[in-house]
Design a protein around this ligand. Structure first.
Ligand code: ATP
Length: 325
C-alpha cells in the first residue's frame, strides 16, 4: 500500500485527501495515517493539511521496494522486486532466486553490495549509499549462443538511462563498460545457467557509481561517478527506473531477430573506442589494430595491418594502446 500511496501523491499536483486514499486502498483513515507516518520516518517529506489532505514535498534518495514500485512504469521488468539493504552480490542473489523459481523480469537491488564481482572473478567496489547495484533476471527463450549479446543490450540501456537522468555525455567501451570523460562509471556482468540448447536463466548485473566522491588509489585513474562529473547527486531510484524502461525497449528489439541488427548502428554511435587504436588482450593471441564497430552479433571489428578480425567478448579485454581507453 505504501508504494501505492507514494504513487498517488506523486501523481497529484496538489493535495490528496485522506478519504480518497481510504477509498482507493479500502482501509481506514488511521491505516493511511500510519502508513504516511512510516513513509515520513524513512525520509519522505509529506505535508498534512487539515481539510485538504496530503502532499509530497520531497523524496529522499532512497532505494527500497516501495520507492521502486511507486515510480515503476515498465511493463514486465521489475514486476517482482527483491530489495535488501545489504547483499553479497546482486547477481548471486538473483541466481539463487532464479533457482527458487523467481519470474522473468525480477529486479534485484541493494544499497550495499559487499562482494560485487567483475568479469573473471575481478572485484567490483560499491561503497554503501553511493551507488547502484542491481541485477535483472531473465528467462528468455533464445539460443544460448545468442545470450552474450544481452550484455550489449544492457550497455545501451545503461548508457541511455544515465544520459537521460544526468545530462552527461556517455559512451560505451566495448563490450560492457560505460564511460564518462574517459573513465568508467558503470560495469555490467552477465551470467547464465543453460543446457546445450536451452537457457534456464540469465542474470545481468549492473554496477553504477552514482554519488561516489572518491575512489581508492587503484581505481582513481580509471573510475568516475556521476556526482564527480556533474557535481549533483541525482536520484538513484529514478535512474534504475529509466534504465529498466530502456532495457525493456531494447530487449524487445533484440528478441525480434535474436541479434543486434537493429541496435548495432546506435551502439556504434556510443562506442568510445570506435576508430581508435586498440590492443586486444586475448590470452592466446594478443594483437593491435583499429576498432571499427560491432557486427550484428556484437563482435568487435578490428582492422589490423593485414586483415579485418572479429573479436568475441568471452575471454577478451580491449584496451587503448596507451591506457584504459
Ligand atoms: P574488461 O575490459 O575485460 O571488461 P574491466 O577491467 O573493465 O575489463 P570488469 O570485469 O568489467 O573488468 O570490471 C572489474 C574491474 O573494474 C576491476 O578489476 C576494477 O579495475 C574495476 N572496478 C572495480 N570497481 C569499480 C568501480 N566501482 N568503478 C569503476 N571501476 C571499478
Amino acid at each position: 500500500m505504501k508504494a501505492g500511496i507514494l504513487a498517488e501523491l506523486r501523481a497529484s499536483d496538489g493535495y490528496v485527501s485522506g478519504q480518497d486514499l481510504c477509498k482507493k486502498f479500502g482501509v481506514s483513515r488511521t491505516a493511511i495515517w500510519k502508513a504516511i507516518n512510516q513513509l515520513k520516518q524513512t525520509g519522505y517529506e509529506i505535508e498534512a493539511v487539515q481539510n485538504r489532505g496530503y502532499h509530497i514535498v520531497s523524496t529522499p534518495d532512497i532505494l527500497s521496494e516501495n520507492e521502486l514500485k511507486s515510480i515503476r512504469k515498465t511493463e514486465w521488468l521489475g514486476n517482482t522486486i527483491c530489495y535488501e539493504p545489504v547483499m553479497g552480490s546482486t547477481n548471486t542473489k538473483a541466481m539463487q532466486l532464479a533457482e527458487e523459481g523467481a519470474p522473468h523480469g525480477t529486479l534485484v537491488v541493494t544499497d550495499k553490495q559487499e562482494c560485487g564481482r567483475g568479469r573473471r572473478g575481478r572485484n567490483w567496489e560499491t561503497p554503501p549509499g553511493t551507488g547502484i547495484a542491481m541485477t535483472l533476471l531473465l528467462r528468455p527463450e533464445i539460443n544460448p549462443d545468442n545470450a552474450s549479446m544481452l550484455t550489449l543490450v544492457a550497455a545501451m540501456a545503461v548508457a541511455r538511462g544515465i544520459e537521460d537522468e544526468s545530462g552527461l555525455r556517455v559512451g560505451i567501451k566495448w563490450p560492457n563498460d560505460i564511460i564518462v570523460n574517459a573513465k568508467k562509471v558503470s560495469g555490467i556482468l552477465t551470467e547464465m545457467s543453460a543446457q546445450t540448447d536451452y537457457v534456464n536463466h540469465i542474470v545481468i548485473g549492473i554496477g553504477i557509481n552514482v554519488h561516489t566522491e572518491e575512489f581508492s588509489e587503484e581505481l582513481k585513474n580509471i573510475a568516475t561517478s556521476i556526482y564527480m562529473e556533474l557535481g549533483i547527486k541525482i536520484n538513484r531510484a529514478a535512474l534504475i527506473e529509466r534504465i529498466c524502461e530502456y532495457f525493456e525497449a531494447y530487449y524487445d528489439v533484440f528478441l525480434r531477430t535474436e541479434d543486434l541488427s537493429e541496435i548495432a548502428k546506435q551502439y556504434d554511435a556510443y562506442m568510445v573506442n570506435r576508430n581508435q587504436p586498440v590492443r586486444v588482450l586475448d590470452p592466446h593471441d594478443a594483437f593491435e589494430g583499429t576498432a571499427r564497430g560491432i557486427t550484428n552479433r556484437g563482435e568487435l571489428l578490428v582492422d589490423t595491418w593485414e586483415t579485418r578480425r572479429l573479436v568475441s567478448s568471452g575471454e577478451v579485454s580491449v584496451r587503448g594502446i596507451y591506457g584504459y581507453l
